[in-house]
Structure formats: structure tokens, C-alpha cells
Design a protein around this ligand. Structure first.
Ligand SMILES: Cc1cc2nc3c(=O)[nH]c(=O)nc-3n(C[C@H](O)[C@H](O)[C@H](O)COP(=O)(O)OP(=O)(O)OC[C@H]3O[C@@H](n4cnc5c(N)ncnc54)[C@H](O)[C@@H]3O)c2cc1C
Length: 303
């Protein structure tokens, strides 16, 4: 990539927020992936907007990530720019029953702010290791909760740098999908509407759900959470287990023996190991049960 774009990005964001040749395995929960030429972490909404406009205008490939908890970058380097919207853009404000969070705020942090303010409705999300922007994009959910139920408004940018405000139904949320995802919008800010509740009950609910996670999920090893979406009428993990795949591995990628819906990195997995294991699971489950598993994790190929 041309040096002049890098210096423009540095001018927009400040040199300390622009890094070269960054190993993506250090920015994803499953710990795989090649390097990205440039990673930029804007700390204001205006800076995100200016970066997008610059990159669009100059035809530089770019990708937006949050906390990297649902991503599998390929082993090849990504020749372009990754805009990371995470801790640098993560202010949270509370106004009565409304919480406004910048897209990079972690769900766990927003949930603890909800608890501090005796607000109920976000307990389901306190153990999901993503940002609120990533969660709006994915319509993340767990234990009968879904972002759809609590998001009332988002502020986004489209590919041309135009601001797009979405309200309620306009988000077109469905299972692990949203209009933000379908239209490739970049989420900047999320407004949640919660309800007044009893802090003791809110805390107890969060602890109960997080204990359930610890009991059922392989949280001691790197993963990207559930690999597949839940197929209509089935559970992906149960189908995989019933096909005899518990503990099956390719290289350092293994189907967790604790929860067959997870692939874990046992130490030295490559992205290729994980992708081949995903394909192997899909083929085996399809042959044995007729069900085609659709990945929930997002695989991003290098350019
Ligand atoms: C141990 C574990 C448990 C998990 N449990 C759950 C669970 O219970 N329920 C669940 O739904 N998920 C779960 N996940 C998956 C993951 O945490 C969620 O999908 C989360 O919402 C992803 O957020 P992120 O910030 O990490 O996004 P990333 O992984 O960084 O990105 C995911 C996608 O969102 C896009 N994206 C991220 N931020 C933005 C933004 N600001 N604007 C536009 N697009 C953006 C990216 O381009 C990418 O396509 C789990 C993952 C792990 C590792």
C-alpha cells in the first residue's frame, strides 16, 4: 500500500492509533490469521467517517472489526486496512431507562453499567465477548435474549461516508442478522431501552447465566463461540455429536469435547485447519442427517 494513504490516516487519527503489519491472531478470540498491512483504531465517530471517506476515495480495501470474537481471518495477509472499533470508541451514557453506547463498548461493560443503574433486559448479553456494534451487526443473542429486543436506535455510516440513523423495526433484525449486516453499514453508536429492575435480581441472573456458560462452554481455550447457526428444529452441537465427531481434529483445530458446537484452537491451529474442519463437519453432518449447517462465524479471506 502507498505510504501517502498511511500518512493521511495518521493525520486523521493520530500516528499512535495507526499500526503497520499487525498480526490478526492477536486481535481475534480464536487466535489465528495472517497480518494486516494497516490497523487503525479511531477514537471518535468523526475520525471513523474521515477514514472511510479517504479509503473509499482511494479504492483501498478495508474491513471493520469489533472485538474479533466471531471472526476467522485467513492465514494469508490482508493487504488493506482494518478499522478496529473497540476500546478506543467505547463511551457509555445513561439517561433514565436508555443507555447510549459507542459501538466499541464491550457488551460485558454495557451490561455492568445497566446493573449499576438498576436496569434489566441486558443480562443475557453479559457473557458475550463482543462489542455492542458487533452485537448489533450480528443481532447477537443467548438464553432467549436478543439484541433485537433492546436496541431502539443505531447510528451508522454507509460505504460513502453518509450517516444513517435506524430506529426500531428499520433494523430488520432476524436470527443472527440485521440490516446493518445486509447493507454493509458501519455501526457507530447504539441506543438501548431497558427497564427499571431490582439490582439483586439482575446480578443473580447474570451470575446464573455466566455459570451456565462456564459449565457448558470450553472457555479455557481460544474459540469464536458457536461455529454454526442453529438449524431449524435442531441444535448444531447435538447433530455434530450424533455424527461421532466429538473431539475430532484437523491440525490444531478441534471440535470441543465439552461442546461440539465449538471449534477450539488447541495451541497451534492455523486458519486453514479451522476452515477445513468446518467443511468436514458440514460434509459429514449433511451426508449423515441431510442438514446443511450454515456458519455463524465470519471467515475473512486475505486480499
Ligand atoms: C466464547 C464465546 C462465546 C460466545 N457466545 C455468544 C453468544 O452467546 N451469542 C452470540 O450471539 N454470539 C456469541 N459469540 C460470538 C460473538 O461474541 C458475537 O457474534 C459478537 O456479537 C461479535 O462481536 P465482536 O465485536 O467481537 O465482532 P467481530 O467478531 O469483531 O466482528 C463480527 C462481525 O461484525 C462486524 N462488525 C463488528 N463491529 C462492527 C461495527 N461497529 N459496525 C459494523 N460491523 C461491525 C464485523 O465486520 C464482522 O463481520 C461468542 C463468542 C465467543 C468467543
Amino acid at each position: 500500500m502507498q505510504e501517502n494513504y498511511i500518512s493521511e490516516l495518521q493525520k486523521i487519527c493520530g500516528a499512535h492509533l495507526v499500526s503497520k503489519n499487525v498480526p490478526l491472531k492477536e486481535h481475534t478470540s480464536i487466535k489465528v490469521g495472517g497480518n494486516v498491512s494497516i490497523m487503525v483504531e479511531p477514537d471518535t465517530i468523526e475520525k471513523v467517517r474521515s477514514c472511510i471517506t479517504l479509503l473509499q476515495k482511494n479504492n483501498i480495501p478495508f474491513f471493520v472489526m469489533g472485538n474479533g470474537s466471531n471472526l476467522i481471518f485467513s492465514d494469508e495477509d490482508y493487504d488493506g486496512v482494518i478499522i478496529k472499533i473497540c476500546s478506543k470508541l467505547s463511551k457509555i451514557e445513561v439517561d433514565g431507562e436508555y443507555i447510549t453506547a459507542e459501538a466499541g463498548a464491550l457488551l460485558s461493560k454495557v451490561a455492568s453499567v445497566a446493573l449499576e443503574n438498576s436496569l434489566t433486559g441486558l443480562e443475557f448479553a453479559s457473557g458475550i465477548p463482543g462489542t455492542i456494534g458487533g452485537a448489533a451487526f450480528m443481532n447477537a443473542g443467548a438464553y432467549d435474549g436478543e439484541m433485537k429486543k433492546v436496541i431502539v436506535e443505531t447510528l451508522n455510516i454507509d460505504g460513502t461516508g453518509k450517516l444513517v440513523k435506524l430506529r426500531g423495526e428499520e433494523h430488520d433484525f432476524s436470527y443472527r442478522c440485521s440490516r446493518i449486516q445486509k447493507e454493509g453499514l458501519i455501526c457507530l453508536k447504539v441506543v438501548l431501552k431497558l427497564e427499571k429492575g431490582d439490582p439483586k435480581e439482575i446480578k443473580a441472573k447474570m451470575m446464573e447465566l455466566n455459570n451456565r456458560r462456564r459449565e457448558k462452554q470450553p472457555l479455557d481455550l481460544p474459540s469464536a463461540g458457536s461455529v454454526f447457526k442453529r438449524p431449524e428444529g435442531y441444535f448444531a452441537g447435538k447433530l455434530i455429536e450424533d455424527c461421532g465427531l466429538r473431539g475430532f481434529s484437523i491440525g490444531g483445530a478441534q471440535i470441543s469435547s465439552k461442546h461440539c458446537g465449538f471449534i477450539v484452537n488447541t495451541g497451534n491451529a492455523t486458519s486453514d485447519d479451522i476452515i477445513r474442519l468446518i467443511e468436514h463437519i458440514q460434509k459429514t453432518v449433511h451426508e449423515k442427517t441431510g442438514v446443511l449447517l450454515d456458519p455463524e462465524v465470519r471467515v475473512i479471506r486475505g486480499k
